[in-house]
Design a protein around this ligand. Structure first.
Ligand code: ZN
Length: 54
């Protein structure tokens, strides 16, 4: 199982060891965080997905 990593250069989540020509850092599993500008969009997308399942 791959561990989620994050590029400290462009802030993209990736499974690659390298991104933007630099080594990536280990990232926590994606979850909502006020510090994460994409967190709420991810949460919204998940809510939408759950809604569609019903
Ligand atoms: Zn990058």
């Amino acid at each position: 199982m791959h561990k989620l990593r994050k590029c400290s250069t462009c802030n993209a989540y990736t499974l690659e060891e390298q991104h933007c020509g630099k080594e990536t850092i280990a990232a926590h599993p994606p979850k909502y965080s006020p510090k994460d500008p994409y967190g709420k969009y991810r949460l919204k997308a998940r809510e939408k997905q759950w809604t569609n399942l019903k």
